[in-house]
Design a protein around this ligand. Structure first.
Ligand code: HEC
Length: 281
């Protein structure tokens, strides 16, 4: 007869085989860490508590993660994680058990200690909905904020009103998805046809407004985004040997270059300094 340890091992394998599981730690960070910390109840219970409940119950864990119930008073509903698939959920469970080993539960966080209006300007790296993990959210002087995607190096979203929900963000150790608190006025969808870009970082000017540096197809970009009345102006300095071709939308006006439909072409000389103004209602 096989020793018990082996049987457990084999059955665990049998569970994971149907589709190849990915890295449990990474999956946890991407899908659960926004609401579950190792040693503290924030949005949802700690990994210590989850381990206590489900250490010996992989099946019940799957049931919960696929179809969460309303259980605790005063918390939000946990969204279903069924899209991850059982193999990945079990990998997350293994990681949750490991990550909570030896930790002691801290008192739960129950109220926002940092409730505040955004200082303007303010720059916050954050995971934004529809933008992705490399978002940089900026609150500008006045009431406009925007989100720059450092992954594909594009301005993606502009909104008016409050900045982002700092509470969820703080509660989740900086891993939460940012929630836009104002009214979105302008948004560009994801564009997978865009040539790859390389983000070099940003510098703050004396007023605290960032200038982003990035590179696309051999052209070196510097972009500063500022309010201009009720609109938003994007100031560019681009070093390029080739003419620069940009796709701009109908709400955007260029200070230089030749426009044909949504294609704007600038000579290397024009590209050295130009602006794009986004008209906002
Ligand atoms: C948006 C926030 C959020 C995310 C993301 C999230 N959870 Fe939860 N989770 C909660 C909340 C809130 C509860 C408590 C719900 C209740 O008690 O009504 C909870 C409870 C749980 C529990 C305890 C169930 C019980 O029996 O008490 C488990 C296990 C769990 N989550 C697993 C996961 C896993 C695994 C992931 C990632 C794949 C995940 N959660 C992602 C919010 C979240």
């Amino acid at each position: 007869m096989l020793p018990l340890r082996w049987i457990l091992c084999l059955s665990a394998l049998g569970f994971a085989l149907p589709s190849q599981a990915q890295d449990g730690k990474l999956l946890y960070e991407q899908n659960c860490a926004a609401c579950h910390l190792p040693d503290q109840m924030v949005v949802g219970p700690s990994l210590i508590e989850i381990t206590k409940l489900y250490q010996k119950k992989p099946k019940e864990f799957l049931q919960w993660a696929n179809k969460p119930q309303k259980k605790r008073p005063g918390v939000i509903d946990m969204p279903s994680m069924a899209h991850l698939g059982d193999a990945n959920l079990l990998a997350i469970r293994d990681y949750m058990i490991k990550a909570s080993a030896g930790l002691k539960e801290k008192p739960a966080v129950t109220k926002d200690p940092f409730e505040r209006v955004a200082r303007r300007p303010e720059v916050q790296r954050i995971f934004m909905p529809d933008v992705g993990p490399a978002a940089i959210a900026v609150a500008l002087p006045g009431d406009l904020s925007y989100c720059f995607d450092a992954g594909d190096c594009r301005l993606r979203t502009i909104w008016r009103g409050d900045f982002i929900n700092g509470w969820l963000y703080w509660k989740s150790n900086g891993k939460a998805t940012g929630v836009i608190m104002g009214k979105v006025l302008w948004h560009l969808p994801e564009d997978t046809t865009l040539p790859a870009a390389k983000f070099h970082g940003y510098e703050l000017n004396d007023a605290g407004i960032p200038t982003f540096s990035y590179e696309r197809q051999g052209a070196q970009f510097e972009e500063t985004i500022e309010p201009a009345g009720k609109n938003l102006v994007r100031r560019f300095k681009v070093t390029t040997a080739q003419p620069l071709v940009l796709t701009i939308d109908n709400d955007t006006q260029a200070s230089a270059g030749t426009r044909q439909g949504n294609k704007l072409t600038l000579t290397p000389e024009q590209a050295k300094s130009f602006t794009l103004t986004v008209t906002l209602s």
